[in-house]
Design a protein around this ligand. Structure first.
Ligand code: HEC
Length: 189
């Protein structure tokens, strides 16, 4: 795994930035994963416990984007979650994100631990450099109530999801599948 991460890093380094900048941006992105994920999980668990899964859908609908916004404002990066099977309004991946999500899937299928997987790159497009970072989000047992098979999702949750997300693709996941990824980006100075 070390080798893979290093390749991603060196890719970024040789492209354009000074090692120290790359390093501090990477450290910040990792910190943002902790802050974003660290707020999402308790919010989800708390909502499931307090109001049940249907209420928790509403929580994910409003609170997840609000947490993303707060982390984004604190760090001055664009903060999002994306998936090859998206649910949320902003969850459809762009070309770089699609490529990275597929790369994550291949790495995981090849036995790489998702805990150590991440992608950091300085991407150049149309004369602009963008610092980009992604980290996989894995499917746990608790996620299946809203992202699992038709049998695992209660009727009330199905109805709420259909109402809020008529184009929902984020079902049919199994425990251990990659559900999507955190995706952060900002302009390189
Ligand atoms: C109570 C229902 C519910 C549960 C349980 C749940 N989610 Fe979600 N999830 C949602 C909803 C609703 C959205 C769309 C949020 C939005 O509108 O931005 C979502 C969106 C996401 C996204 C963003 C990408 C996308 O497709 O929109 C990821 C990643 C995600 N969930 C991962 C998880 C993981 C991992 C778990 C388990 C730890 C989990 N979810 C548990 C309801 C749920």
């Amino acid at each position: 795994m070390k080798k893979i991460l290093l390749t991603a890093l060196i890719g970024g380094l040789t492209l354009n930035a000074h090692a120290s900048e790359v390093n501090s941006d990477l450290q910040e992105a990792r910190q943002m994963v902790k802050e974003f994920g660290g707020q999402l999980k308790p919010a989800l668990k708390g909502a499931m416990k307090a109001g049940g899964p249907v209420e928790a859908v509403a929580m994910c609908n409003t609170k997840a984007p609000a947490i993303a916004k707060a982390v984004s404002e604190k760090h001055d990066w664009n903060v999002n979650r994306v998936s090859l099977k998206p649910r949320g309004a902003t969850a459809t991946p762009d070309a770089w994100e699609t490529q990275t999500l597929k790369w994550f899937e291949e790495q995981i299928a090849a036995g790489v631990s998702p805990k150590t997987l991440e992608k950091f790159e300085i991407v150049k497009a149309e004369g602009k450099e963008t610092i980009r970072y992604m980290k996989p989000v894995m499917t746990g047992g608790v996620c299946l109530t809203c992202h699992g098979s038709a049998e695992q999702i209660p009727d009330g949750v199905k109805a709420k999801l259909a109402q809020l997300y008529p184009n929902d693709k984020a079902t049919g996941f199994k425990e251990g599948d990659i559900r999507g990824a955190f995706s952060f980006q900002k302009a390189a100075n």
